[in-house]
Design a protein around this ligand. Structure first.
Ligand code: PLP
Length: 431
């Protein structure tokens, strides 16, 4: 008897395994989450591979195998410094954007604590900035979190008002990872300098996608990451203007000018530089192409799905970012139904998609919790096509329709002719 039961279970298992396998083969995956991470380009992987095998030398070793690796890192640093209009000695390789953000904030705070203990940032920063600031608050620093307007913009008048004689650092992100809003960086940096403080920007989402000249923009410190620009995961950089007081991150080695010790991620750094080269060479072309795709998608969604609204600035916005809220919709259900159609999208940041808390960014732009919960982010990449976008929007129209049909909130709304929160918000914005 028992063996019979096992046989049936086994058969069932095989049956379902085959169905899933067939479905996997039939279903195309459409990746629209390039703000979370991107695919490594073939050319990038190609230049990385030799550094795992033949070119495995330690850059600190004196013999040719080591020196070859050291020269490679020097060339990579030069490529990246040129992209930023910086000099090589101002570029420090890190393990990514989060590490660079932690280092910038803690490093400047520790080295300048005698001058002052006040730091200004914004309410919509990445958690690697916000949580670092919260950690500093516990040890006696004061942090001002600037609000943003309904489009996610920091108001320079608010920055001016918040600056104090003991302000040592202002950190405002270049472009937001959830809603794509691009900040008036040059103006914010100028105001910061007028008050004698340093200006840091988390440029992880903007680096290479937007042209960034640290000289003309007046940026003192900048964070970037390779895996957001079709490079490998686990490598990034901190640009720090020459002469800036900042503590070392890792003691115990002469790597990165003695400020971040430890044997370098040679293959990662090589891949990072290649990704910078390729991404910046196609910057204008990709910017224009993705902007068109983005605007097409936004126009279709707003026209075809009632009670929807665009989050983030309409024009001061990353070319690849679409963030829309739908009333009477629960975000998780929407993501799962999109996933079942092979579409990879997110509800905000990768970090919040696993939790039930609404995004701090969407709350900061004034969305009520209910609306923030029903939000969707689609971020385009180099391989995103018109067909992909139209398939995603067609699917979205169906998914929202299905979910609303099952929603008691939607039924009540239809039955009692209640007030739409999204329409009310639009009214506030237009008045
Ligand atoms: C992804 C991201 C980071 C973190 O970068 P990692 O390299 O993944 O650590 C920081 N800030 C922003 C705005 C990001 O989008």
């Amino acid at each position: 008897m028992s063996s019979n039961v096992l046989d049936i279970a086994e058969l069932e298992f095989l049956y379902y395994a085959r169905i899933t396998e067939n479905e996997d083969q039939r279903m195309k995956t459409i990746y629209l989450d390039n703000a979370a991470t991107t695919a490594v380009l073939g050319e990038v992987l190609e230049v990385m591979l030799p550094y795992f095998t033949e070119q495995f030398g330690n850059p600190s070793s004196i013999y040719p195998l080591g020196q070859a690796a050291s020269d490679t890192i020097a060339r990579a640093r030069c490529t990246i410094a040129t992209e930023l209009k910086a000099i090589e000695a101002e570029v420090y390789f890190t393990s990514g954007g989060s590490e660079a953000n932690n280092w910038a904030i803690k490093g400047v705070a520790q080295a300048n604590a005698k001058k002052g203990r006040h730091i200004i940032t914004s309410a919509i920063e990445h958690h690697s900035i916000l949580h670092t600031c919260q950690a500093l608050e516990k040890i006696g620093f004061e942090i001002t979190y600037l609000p943003v307007d309904r489009n996610g913009m920091v108001d320079s008048a608010n920055l001016k008002a918040a600056l104090r004689s003991d302000t040592i650092l202002v950190s405002i992100m270049f472009a937001n990872n959830e809603i794509g809003t691009i900040q008036p960086i040059a103006e914010l940096a100028r105001i910061t300098h007028d008050h004698g403080a340093l200006f840091h920007t988390d440029a992880v989402q903007a680096f290479c996608h937007e042209a960034i000249d640290v000289q003309t923009l007046g940026i003192d410190l900048l964070s970037a990451s390779a895996h957001k620009i079709n490079g490998p995961k686990g490598v990034g950089l901190l640009y720090a203007r020459k002469g800036i007081a900042m503590t070392n991150l890792i003691e115990g080695g002469w790597q990165e000018r003695g400020r971040r010790g430890g044997t370098e991620n040679v293959s990662g750094i090589v891949g990072f530089a290649k990704a910078v080269e390729l991404t910046s060479a196609e910057r204008q072309q990709e910017h224009d192409r993705q902007t068109q795709l983005r605007n097409h998608a936004i126009a279709r969604i707003l026209a075809e799905i009632p009670y929807s609204r665009l989050n983030g600035h309409a024009t001061h916005r990353l070319a690849n970012n679409i963030n829309i809220s739908f009333e009477f919709i629960e975000g998780e259900g929407m993501l799962l139904q999109m996933a079942s159609r092979g579409i990879c999208v997110s509800s905000g940041s990768a970090c919040t998609s696993g939790s039930l808390d609404p995004s701090h960014v969407l709350l900061a732009i004034g969305l009520p919790q209910e609306i923030a919960h029903g939000s969707l982010r689609m971020t385009l990449g180099r391989t995103t096509s018109y067909e992909d976008i139209d398939y995603a929007v067609d699917s979205l129209v169906q998914v929202i329709g299905n979910l609303r049909m099952m929603s008691p909130l939607w039924e009540d709304f239809k039955a009692y002719d209640s007030v739409s929160l999204i329409e009310a918000l639009a009214g506030v914005q237009n008045s």
